[in-house]
Design a protein around this ligand. Structure first.
Ligand SMILES: Cc1cc2nc3c(=O)[nH]c(=O)nc-3n(C[C@H](O)[C@H](O)[C@H](O)COP(=O)(O)OP(=O)(O)OC[C@H]3O[C@@H](n4cnc5c(N)ncnc54)[C@H](O)[C@@H]3O)c2cc1C
Length: 167
């Protein structure tokens, strides 16, 4: 009967100087790297099997869920208010990035952002349509949660008496 040595399953705690390797530079890999850096971890490397940076995530060259021409931030989540809050926090960060990009020097930007409006995200709004005359429980709960969080003026219902504010 052979004896086996138990595997060492202990994990060293991370310290600010730990070497951290992230595989995949999609939105989740990059977000993880960004927030680790902001949390004080100094040595974070992101690797990808595709050259996402050189191709600026163009879907013509990069095959990943994050490579696309357009993405939408949805704020309406019915009872799942935590997603509404995350989306609201995210929108503030996207606004900040827009401002940073607008103020950046050309040489600090990737080519794709030097052209056109130098904008990463547009608050274009979003239209939700119902299949019937009544709003679903999901839509009503969303409206209630938007109201509770002081965001009701961001949502326009077709039977609202006042017009929607411009954002
Ligand atoms: C058509 C479509 C539309 C969508 N629309 C929206 C939307 O409007 N709004 C929204 O919020 N979400 C949307 N999503 C969802 C969102 O895009 C994904 O949830 C998100 O992009 C996933 O990111 P990810 O980093 O996990 O994966 P990915 O973006 O797929 O990134 C994974 C990366 O890992 C790399 N990789 C994989 N294996 C290895 C390996 N072995 N070694 C090295 N690198 C590796 C890949 O090359 C890739 O770059 C949409 C998804 C799709 C498909």
């Amino acid at each position: 009967m052979s004896s086996t040595v138990p595997a060492d399953t202990s994990v060293s705690p991370l310290t600010p100087s730990s070497n951290i390797l992230i595989l995949g530079s999609g939105v989740f890999g990059l977000s993880t790297a960004l927030w680790l850096r902001r949390a004080g971890y100094e040595d974070v490397t992101v690797l990808d099997m595709q050259d996402t940076a050189s191709h600026s995530y163009s879907p013509a060259a990069i095959d990943s869920a994050s490579a696309d021409l357009n993405k939408i931030i949805r704020f309406s989540y019915g009872a799942e208010i935590e997603y509404q809050r995350l989306a609201t926090e995210a929108a503030v960060l996207w606004d900040e990035w827009n401002a940073q990009i607008a103020a950046a020097r050309d040489e600090d930007l990737p080519d794709v952002l030097k052209e056109g409006e130098r904008t990463l995200w547009w608050r274009a709004g979003m239209l939700r349509m119902s299949g019937g005359d009544e709003l679903s429980a999901f839509e009503l709960q969303t409206l209630e949660n938007m109201e509770a969080e002081g965001l009701r003026d961001q949502v326009f219902r077709s039977d609202d008496e006042v017009g929607r504010i411009s954002i």
